[in-house]
Write a protein that binds this ligand. Sequence first.
Ligand code: HEC
Ligand code: HEC
Ligand code: HEC
Ligand code: HEC
Ligand code: HEC
Ligand code: HEC
Ligand code: HEC
Ligand code: HEC
Ligand code: HEC
Ligand code: HEC
Length: 472
Amino acid sequence: MARFTRTTKKLAQRIDLQYFKRSSPFRRWRFLLSVGLTALAVVWLAWQTLARNNRAYSSGQMATAHSLLATQCAACHVSRTGVFREHATNQACLECHDGPLHHANQVFAPDCASCHVEHRGPVRLAATSDTNCTQCHGSLQAKGGSFSFAVDRNIEGFHSRHPEFAALRSGKGDSGTIRLNHSVHLRKLRVSPNGPEEIQLDCDDCHRTPGDKRPWRFGETPSDRDEAQLRTAAMEKPDPLRPNPTRAYMAPINYSKHCAACHLLQFDTKKRFTEGVPHGKQPREIHEFLMNKYQGHIANHPADLRTIPMPDQNLTGKPASPLAQNLSPPQWVDEQVAEAEKILWRKTCNQCHTLSFPKGASLPEVAPPNIPVKWMLHAAFDHNAHRMMTCTSCHAGATTSQLTSDVLLPGIQNCRQCHRPVLDAAESRCFECHTYHDWSKEKPVKGRFTSQELLHGIATFPQPRDAEPGQR
Ligand code: HEC
Ligand code: HEC
Ligand code: HEC
Ligand code: HEC
Ligand code: HEC
Ligand code: HEC
Ligand code: HEC
Ligand code: HEC
Ligand code: HEC
Ligand code: HEC
């Protein structure tokens, strides 16, 4: 049975004490690899450095707009001492583009890099996260405690806590003074009382963005308007890669483009003139126009001075003799002008305008139209981005509205249907509708890099021009 007895000594003898000293092919390889690869890495880094390729140290791919800078670390990681600095300075960003402040009364200015996060792959840097905004707007403070816009100072997100838009909140209505009954104009219309044609107006017979160059259906003179507009349309070919900013807002209503064909400004009841008075003039200018018209007429038609007696007053059966009562030309002109003005001020102009009759003045005044071009002054909107929708899915009240004072704009609930913080929805982060920078205060940038530097490396770290001023 001795064969099976295990003593410690016997066991120890079975251990090969030279094991770690003896070389084996496996061990040789391990050694070669661990030394060799490290050496290779060092050589590679040295080579990258010699080749001025700093990408090796980068913490991630650059944003699309900065892809040219992928190897130009020094463009952002400025350091006075020539040593790489992890922090990208505001000053470095401002060397290439301005980033003007948000509001003069903001209590602090966050660093550029806190909102525009780099090394996160080919993304849009301006697509900042909501927390960059809610760090202030979650409980808004202002220098000196004076606010000029913000009504809601505890905004959490577009979909959770965000104020209703001012135009709908205030109840102030529409500042415009041009009368328009949408409901009447969106029914079938007969333009001349006995004319055969029935017309169905569409929103885009009156509302289009300035970028839309098609000729108007109911503008002034059909021939000029078509040719001139088609000519400009051909010159400005739309570029699908640059959505036209002139397609964001609707152009203001204009009499000669949208109303003229149906609402003529005729002034002469006896049809001696076919044209109307010029539009867009104040009554005193129209008064002069009428005086000139009638003076010219009577000079060429002196016979009109005689007033013809009404046929039913001529009971003699004899051919009517010209009546004795003769007017002097100035008297005649005054009479005709007064008659024309009575129709214009009381009826024609008054249909669309509010006219005031100041005490003592012989002529009325037309109130300014005041048609708002942009309703939401503190947000951006783009009709072009929503062109796949019907107008009435946002302006539901338009077909029934009878008064100019009606506000036809959509409220926040409408937008929230699509702009939601989920994957299958339109963007709902703040930057989609708001700007942070007050670009009206943008300062021009004077270029300081040569193309060689931008392409092959910024050899020396750019020295800040003055002591780091922080944000402008
Ligand atoms: C367009 C400007 C820009 C360029 C060019 C740039 N960086 Fe950065 N880098 C940043 C910003 C912004 C940050 C965010 C940190 C901060 O500044 O607060 C950052 C952060 C870093 C960090 C810290 C880690 C991190 O992710 O926060 C490292 C490391 C880094 N960069 C390396 C590089 C290297 C290496 C290069 C050149 C290959 C480079 N960067 C080029 C802007 C830039
Ligand atoms: C060497 C020049 C240079 C430097 C330095 C630089 N940028 Fe830019 N940046 C550009 C260029 C070029 C563009 C693209 C052209 C344009 O839109 O002006 C751009 C575009 C941008 C955009 C708009 C594009 C987008 O994706 O939204 C933002 C935001 C921006 N840079 C932020 C920064 C910030 C923040 C810094 C500092 C950390 C910085 N940049 C440093 C050159 C530079
Ligand atoms: C440092 C604090 C701060 C940050 C960060 C900040 N805001 Fe503001 N914001 C203010 C102040 C202060 C006002 C002015 C309030 C007033 O005067 O009533 C303001 C006003 C506004 C207004 C109304 C006036 C206007 O400019 O149209 C909007 C919209 C707005 N901010 C959006 C944003 C968005 C979007 C962001 C994020 C990209 C943001 N804010 C980040 C402080 C800040
Ligand atoms: C005959 C021309 C005409 C047509 C057709 C027309 N509009 Fe208007 N619209 C106007 C005029 C004039 C104004 C300015 C006076 C006012 O505010 O009512 C206006 C104002 C508006 C406004 C902004 C003012 C507000 O109070 O909200 C909206 C929105 C609007 N229209 C939508 C529509 C929609 C949608 C349609 C089609 C369903 C349409 N309109 C058809 C002439 C027209
Ligand atoms: C296609 C022809 C057409 C166009 C274009 C048109 N209108 Fe009219 N409009 C009419 C007709 C027809 C009436 C009379 C409708 C009725 O009383 O039933 C009318 C009536 C009106 C009235 C009186 C409405 C009421 O409440 O009785 C006003 C005010 C008016 N239009 C303003 C305008 C303005 C402003 C424009 C241009 C922005 C315009 N219209 C463009 C055909 C047109
Ligand atoms: C069918 C409706 C309609 C009639 C009728 C009408 N207007 Fe207008 N008027 C408008 C509209 C719409 C505007 C605003 C846009 C524009 O200037 O074309 C306007 C603008 C004006 C303006 C301001 C121009 C400016 O540049 O600020 C004056 C002044 C004016 N009209 C005078 C008159 C007078 C006077 C009459 C009568 C002879 C008259 N209008 C008849 C629709 C009308
Ligand atoms: C997604 C919703 C939406 C759709 C669809 C839409 N609008 Fe608007 N519309 C708005 C908003 C929001 C405003 C306020 C913009 C501003 O002025 O700040 C507006 C403003 C207007 C105005 C006032 C002038 C202006 O541009 O500010 C008119 C007129 C108008 N829309 C007509 C139309 C017509 C016509 C259509 C169809 C071709 C249409 N809208 C489609 C949301 C919409
Ligand atoms: C039926 C869905 C829908 C509704 C309702 C809607 N939107 Fe949009 N909106 C979109 C889509 C889709 C886009 C383009 C894609 C994107 O930016 O996510 C867009 C883009 C935008 C943009 C960016 C435009 C640009 O040129 O970058 C703004 C601003 C905007 N919407 C505001 C609004 C407002 C304000 C409302 C409410 C009055 C509204 N939207 C209602 C679907 C909608
Ligand atoms: C889909 C578009 C949209 C998004 C996303 C959005 N807003 Fe707004 N916001 C608006 C519109 C439209 C207004 C009304 C502007 C006006 O009436 O002039 C507004 C108004 C405001 C105002 C002014 C409020 C006031 O008191 O009148 C502030 C501040 C504001 N938004 C901040 C934010 C912040 C912060 C975010 C992100 C958390 C955000 N918004 C997201 C569309 C948007
Ligand atoms: C509180 C967040 C925030 C800070 C801090 C910030 N930005 Fe921005 N920046 C934005 C937003 C949101 C946009 C997109 C909307 C806009 O144009 O305001 C933007 C847009 C830009 C753009 C792109 C303009 C374009 O052409 O589209 C540039 C460039 C830019 N910022 C540079 C800077 C610089 C430089 C700084 C530092 C001085 C800075 N930003 C600080 C939020 C911020």
